[in-house]
Design a protein around this ligand. Structure first.
Ligand SMILES: [Zn+2]
Length: 158
């Protein structure tokens, strides 16, 4: 079983006047493809938990991109395009897959979107079609928007 995975995580505070640019993501370390499991193996992180589950349940993880920034103002259009673009390219490059497993936060606002995760999930759903399960982790206080719910999970309806 082949599962594409990636991280695009931000908790946005729209009252903050510090924009969350590529530089803010770079401070937490941006990583691509196999750099990601090398960096996170054995750590107390969502990425390591994905690896543990893959080993336990015997599925292969195809890593795309890791991007996470500390809470701050809206995510820049450049950063949103960069990380969502790498997620989408990774899904596309993976070829035939059985699912998508994401680490998102659930509170991302960008320069022009009030539901960053919903738009990422919608774009991935459009790419993989209705039958591939899309699963994401979200923070406990995530904003569960209809767009997130509609595009996530195996009970997606056309
Ligand atoms: Zn949070």
């Amino acid at each position: 079983m082949r599962i594409v995975t990636g991280t695009f995580s931000h908790e946005t505070n729209t009252f903050s006047n510090i924009p969350t640019t590529m530089e803010e993501f770079a401070k937490q370390g941006i990583a691509h493809s196999d750099e990601i499991p090398r960096r996170f193996r054995g750590t107390n992180t969502i990425e390591a938990a994905f690896m543990d589950a893959a080993e336990e349940h015997g599925f292969e993880l195809i890593w795309t991109v890791f991007g996470s920034a500390i809470p701050g103002g809206p995510v820049s259009r450049e950063a949103f395009d960069y990380f969502s673009g790498h997620l989408l390219e990774g899904v596309q490059a993976a070829g035939k897959i059985d699912g998508v497993l994401l680490h998102l936060h659930g509170a991302m606002v960008t320069d022009d979107l009030d539901d960053g995760e919903g738009h990422v999930l919608e774009a991935i759903r459009r790419l993989v079609g209705p039958d591939i399960p899309i699963v994401t982790t979200l923070d406990l206080h995530a904003n569960m928007t209809p767009r997130i719910i509609r595009n996530c999970n195996r009970h997606y309806r056309r």
